[in-house]
Design a protein around this ligand. Structure first.
Ligand SMILES: Cc1ncc(COP(=O)(O)O)c(C=O)c1O
Length: 409
């Protein structure tokens, strides 16, 4: 059913795709003396939504989307949408400050760390990190447990001298090394890990100590950011694209120990220099305002759930149900990742009869479970079950998997 939007002039415009069974009680007219009759934005409801198992951009909490919908047209008393307001005005200043304060509370970010809201995706950080904390001849160590770590390693080679101290490639990225086996290089400025490899479903459950005095641990947490408690003080830098667990694409969050700021290579573009963003509270240029607002709503929601300890419990439960179904299928389904390092967020699995995979994905989509196809580089299936995937979504997937096996096993 199409939504009718009433414009400022009272004329109707092309409908937005409606998301929810919600009507907006407010009159949508710019002419109080000649108000248009209140109309319902047309309706659709949560039952119109699918369970979206995409790896990112990914599903967002329904209550967050509804809150954003209710504030989309006019934000609080501002008379305008967040998308229209100055990033230096009092409303947006309050939005970004609250987003930062809530994120600090969620992760118990120590005082001596800055929180930056940036752009360019996590991919930009692959370059920004060496540019900011290394001279061109400095070395950095990389543990590569999947495709994203590998990309970070390759990009770093343009700006410093990275060493690949461990790679899981020969074992198809299904493992994490024993930290005792690692040979870190003397003088390496940082040790880089990808805390959760989104494509391969491999997640660090604990973190290596950095061997060098002066070196720091740097983690790409794009796909498990805010999915569990993390001791931020173990890291020099944590970075994450928002579009998996905490918001829409377009926002990249960097949490950085303050003493690492201010040492960028001379050629560092201004937009990649942490000092510039830190000094300007992430407002050096126009930030991704609406995305930051959305992240703020997600942080509020995570706090309302009881914080990351509670969120983690839910994630452990969801992932447990899914891995149990895979492991209990007598080989019909298979997850290649070593059990102790299986991701709570991204669950890759294959079918013993690989010729049935396309059918599996097609039938699941008919049941409103979408985006289950594995990454093109690995094939098979992948269920991304980020914070916002409800338990009901995982239970439905598991019930479907059992039924599919009963019919095709
Ligand atoms: C772990 C990880 N790192 C980095 C990236 C790249 O992020 P972006 O697309 O935001 O640059 C992704 C994207 O999926 C990812 O999953």
């Amino acid at each position: 059913m199409a939504a009718t939007i009433i414009s400022m002039s009272g004329s109707t415009t092309t409908p937005l795709t409606p998301l929810f069974k919600t009507h907006i009680p407010r009159r949508i007219s710019a002419h109080p003396t000649n108000p248009a009759p209140p109309r319902r934005l047309s309706v659709s409801c949560s039952s119109d939504r699918v369970f979206n198992f995409a790896a990112g951009p990914a599903t967002l909490p329904e209550n967050v989307l509804k809150k954003a919908q209710s504030e989309l047209y006019v934000y609080q008393n501002s008379g305008m949408s967040v998308m229209e307001m100055s990033h230096r005005g009092k409303e947006f200043t309050a939005i970004i400050q609250k987003a930062e304060a809530d994120l600090r509370e969620l992760l118990a970010v120590p005082e001596n760390y800055s929180v930056l809201f940036l752009q360019g995706g996590a991919t930009t950080q692959f370059a920004a990190i060496p540019l900011n904390i290394c001279a061109p001849d400095d070395s950095a160590d990389f543990i590569v447990t999947g495709s994203w770590g590998d990309k970070a390693y390759k990009e770093a080679s343009k700006y410093c001298k990275p060493n690949l101290i461990w790679s899981g490639k020969s074992e198809k990225y299904t493992k994490i090394p024993a930290f005792g086996e690692l040979k870190q290089n003397v003088g390496a400025k940082y040790l880089h890990i990808c805390a959760n490899e989104t494509i391969h479903g491999v997640e660090f459950k604990d973190y290596p100590e950095v061997g060098n005095e002066g070196g720091v641990l740097v983690a790409d947490m794009s796909s498990n950011f805010c999915s569990k408690k993390v001791d931020v003080s173990k890291f020099g830098i944590i970075y994450a694209g928002a579009q998996k667990n905490v918001g829409p694409s377009g926002v990249t969050i960097v949490i950085i120990r303050k003493d690492l700021i201010g040492k960028a290579q001379g050629s560092t573009p201004v937009m990649l220099d942490y000092k510039i963003h830190d000094e300007n509270n992430s407002l050096y240029n126009t930030p991704p305002c609406y995305g930051i607002y959305m992240c703020g709503l997600v942080f509020e929601d995570l706090l309302a759930q009881g914080g990351l300890g509670e969120v983690e419990k839910k994630n452990v439960k969801k992932a447990g149900i899914l891995y149990d179904a895979i492991d209990g299928s007598k080989g019909f389904y298979r997850c290649p990742v070593e059990k102790s390092v299986r991701s709570l967020m991204n669950v890759p699995f294959t079918l013993e009869k690989s010729e049935l995979e396309a059918e599996f994905i097609k039938e699941a989509a008919k049941e409103k479970m979408v985006q289950l196809k594995g990454h093109r580089s690995v094939g098979g299936m992948r269920a991304s079950i980020y914070n916002a995937m409800p338990l009901a979504g995982v239970e439905k997937l598991v019930a479907f998997m059992k039924d599919f096996q009963a019919r095709h096993g």
